[in-house]
Design a protein. Sequence first.
Lengths: 112, 118
Amino acid sequence: DAKTTQPNSMESNEEEPVHLPCNHSTISGTDYIHWYRQLPSQGPEYVIHGLTSNVNNRMASLAIAEDRKSSTLILHRATLRDAAVYYCILRDGNFGNEKLTFGTGTRLTIIP
Amino acid sequence: NAGVMQNPRHLVRRRGQEARLRCSPMKGHSHVYWYRQLPEEGLKFMVYLQKENIIDESGMPKERFSAEFPKEGPSILRIQQVVRGDSAAYFCASSPSFGTGGLNTEAFFGQGTRLTVV
């Protein structure tokens, strides 16, 4: 399975933007970049995913490097409810290989 | 459209008993994944199923654990003769099928079943 590298933890002030980095230097052409988050005592929650182009949705933006070896999840205005562990995952787009392999993620703390 | 439903939310079993965990995927989803999360640890993949087929069981322990996803009804994760080390949160996820060519979708997770073995 292709691997990702994320900082163990990050802090951000409430109502400020947050940039969560992820390195995936061994990404293959069929790998999609997915981001999930897990709030305390809850199941993981899908945030966003992309292949090559930057993506925006109501929760966040995903900026993908031109060589696809890194990406950044952007929360435009952090709230206390965004405190969670954020996982950057490479998901193979080929049938049979699509399982999500979770690493240790980045624990995001929001400071009021 | 209801989300992924897991039941029970909490399950207590004595050592040696059987545990049955159920997962109803979102409507129209034919792919189910099971994960285990030990206390203060990350999520570990266990098994990936389609209707009536096991696609990938590389994360399943070799003994006591089994999973099924029948044509009708929920997916079941079964743990026989539970031991204290099986105490964990078990999460199920579902996603829709996609054709060849790698059309990719997100997976939706349930709230989990927290198994406690006493």
